[in-house]
Ligand binder design. Structure first.
Ligand code: NDP
Length: 372
């Protein structure tokens, strides 16, 4: 029996040619759409050598066009809307193999690069696993495409596409529930909002500070779409009855989380562009001319993480509390953001020195006021 289960699992993990076609179509579409569709061109942060990358933020256009194309193809019977939901494990293993191959290629090309620019300069520690895992170059490119920006976009869009396929499956097998609808709406709003504000992504830690290695590629292409959708997969096989107060409370957690998450990220973004812009209608409190210490950034040093955690919780609450499985995402995010916040503090302390110490004095809480 166990032997049989194992064989079935291995079978569903083996990528078929169809799952490879799905991935190839997806990446080719994103590469072409990213290059040709119109979108606001944003300058990235100033790199140590004085250069600045340019990012074409046309993700919302690319995503809506892709969903429209897939919707029409599904209507015409060219593509099954269940293609992802029916081949989840296969697509997962095909994506994993792709991540390994692409990061080995990044390792080899990174090591042999003699480029001296901040984006392409190789950072080699000599430890193969370390260099492959953390990456060698900051902003490697392929055919002129910035791979870091490309992969994060592919992961976020992939998450929505997986969810939509799960939605189609639950509609087809008659299991569509209030829980599934709530989960789908919250995630879709979050992902669409991400692409509406895609330009903010260009100043995040991943884009400005992490090199492109297995950790980031795996995180973007596999971790985000496949694990953030666990609640949807779980709801396909589990029924949850939600009371009206539970639905209302769930909506509140989502809305407050969204307000804090978006508000904090927006305030920092606006502040970086123009440090004189009023925050909540008042002149900003600025430390050493560089750090914002009012608005959300005066409540806790990473209020944006607090908002993100509330949003993550709101994606899981529709699943009720009968199982810990749908809470994988908020629990993982809690661990990740605490770890990340600590690394960011070290980086900021080194960069801003006494200005950072003054900011710590003014804003003593890291993420949750009075608690942490
Ligand atoms: P932040 O957007 O918080 O960026 C941190 C950087 O902002 C610091 O390194 C510093 O950079 C600058 N900074 C910090 N404090 C201040 C201040 N008071 N005033 C001005 N600048 C300041 O971090 P992330 O890039 O990690 O996160 C961005 C968003 O992405 C967050 O909302 C987070 O929740 C989300 N996220 C989501 C994940 C997920 O899996 N769902 C994973 C990771 C992040 P500088 O040197 O430029 O000043």
């Amino acid at each position: 029996m166990l032997d049989m289960d194992l064989r079935l699992l291995l079978q569903s993990l083996t990528p078929s040619s169809q799952s490879v076609y799905v991935l190839v179509f997806y990446f080719v579409y994103l590469a072409v759409a990213g290059e040709i569709l119109p979108g606001k061109v944003i300058r990235g942060v100033l790199l140590p050598d004085g250069s600045q990358l340019r990012y074409r933020c046309n993700g919302l256009f690319a995503l809506t066009l892709l969903v429209a194309i897939l919707g029409i193809c599904a209507k015409l019977g060219i593509v099954s809307p269940l293609v992802v939901a029916d081949r989840g494990l296969e697509l997962l293993s095909a994506t994993f193999i792709f991540c390994v191959l692409v990061t080995l290629a990044l390792y080899v090309t990174g090591r042999s690069s003699s480029d001296k620019s901040s984006s392409l300069k190789p950072h080699v520690s000599g430890n193969l696993v370390h260099d492959w895992w953390f990456g060698i170059q900051l902003n490697p490119q392929f055919l002129g495409i910035d791979l870091k920006f490309f992969f994060v976009r592919a992961g976020m869009m992939g998450w929505l596409l997986i969810n939509l396929s799960i939605l189609a499956k639950s509609a087809q097998d008659g299991s569509l529930s209030q829980s599934m609808i709530l989960y789908q709406i919250f995630c879709a709003l979050y992902i669409l909002d991400y692409f509406v504000h895609e330009e903010y992504m260009t100043s995040t830690w991943d884009i400005i500070a992490e090199r492109l290695g297995f950790m980031l590629v795996f995180g973007d292409l596999l971790w985000i779409p496949f694990t953030f959708s666990i609640q949807g997969w779980w709801l396909l096989n589990n029924k949850v009855e939600l009371t009206v107060p539970a639905i209302v409370a769930n909506c509140f957690v989502f809305l407050i989380g969204y307000m804090v998450f978006r508000g904090a990220n927006k305030q920092k973004h606006i502040f970086k562009k123009n440090p004189k812009t009023p925050i909540w209608g008042k002149p900003p409190v600025v430390v050493g001319g560089k750090l914002l210490a009012s608005g959300y950034w005066g409540i806790a040093r990473h209020c944006n993480y607090l908002g993100d955690l509330m949003l993550a919780l709101s994606f899981s609450l529709p699943c009720g509390i009968s199982s810990p499985v749908p809470y994988f995402y908020p629990i993982y995010l809690l661990i990740l953001l605490i770890w990340r916040e600590r690394r960011d503090e070290v980086r900021c302390a080194e960069k801003y020195k006494e200005i950072w110490a003054e900011y710590l004095r003014l804003v003593p809480y890291r993420i949750l006021p009075y608690v942490y």
